[in-house]
Design a protein around this ligand. Sequence first.
Ligand code: SF4
Length: 326
Amino acid sequence: MREFVKPKVVVSKCIEFDHCRYNGDMISSPIVAKLKDYVDFLPVCAEVEIGLGIPRSSVRIVLENGEHRLIQPSSGKDVTEDMKAFCTNFLDSVGEVDGFILKFRSPSCGLKDVKVYPSVSKSGAIEKTSGYFGGEVLKRYPLLPIEDEGRLRNARIKEHFLTKLFLLAAFRKVKSEGSIKDLVRFHTENKYLLMAYSQAELRKLGAIVANKENKPFKEQISDYEGHLYRAFTKPPRYTSSINVLMHALGHFSENLSNGEKALFFDWIQKYREGKTSLCPAINTIRSWVVRFEDQYLMHQTFFEPYPEGLLEVDPVNSQFREDLWK
Ligand code: SF4
């Protein structure tokens, strides 16, 4: 079983942490509840931090003289500048983080699809935007895993988010420890995962690790980081994941019966058709890794990209193919 570096994740406080929504509610999120055992959460509520209190009248984004303003319609209070100051101060002081999970469609925390109203009294949105805090997070950390709790109910989005989150946390440790040996080990253990995400970036990262130009470690790790982020900008194509599994199968195929191979290909076909996740095929390979004591595959993160306790799938919204990705 792998040991994982605990990622640091900023989360909207009203998701599973506090009854701090405008009406005193808390949002439930199975993934955030589960992640509490595996990540260091930094919960924050922007609206409470700017002194709006709990409960409070809701705020909305209003278009005024061609400019977005954050207004509390019941009091007419304009809290735009307070909110902007909070975003700057909080993000300036938060230190290194590996990801964000923010509240869907909130005028403060939302990442997208936040309604903009024509006035404080009129209903009916005229456009959509990001919330103040969510938008600033996206601007400052374009390469980190950042999701809202709504999208994380989609199995495929969750899989990509968790994979990237735990990978970047592990990389942060390598970077801070500053050793070439650690970088080589990190690259070796993530080879299959990189192969699934981007063959082109895998080749570039391999060349950076080989370091034929003898660059100092600081330069080497910074080049590596840039390409690592690039490799993980999008989830892998399902055909690439299948390709990695076929590669792994090559380690054992001579020692397997036709029946064992047929069962494996059946799982691959079901995954190809979007009828199941990659888990059954991966677990089949993992059982062979143990049976044949394949030391190389045993350490490949592809087969356990994040802690096993986070593996189970939300049955209500299980979508596995990238053509379902939005
Ligand atoms: S969405 Fe953000 S600002 Fe609104 S209650 Fe939740 S944490 Fe607070």
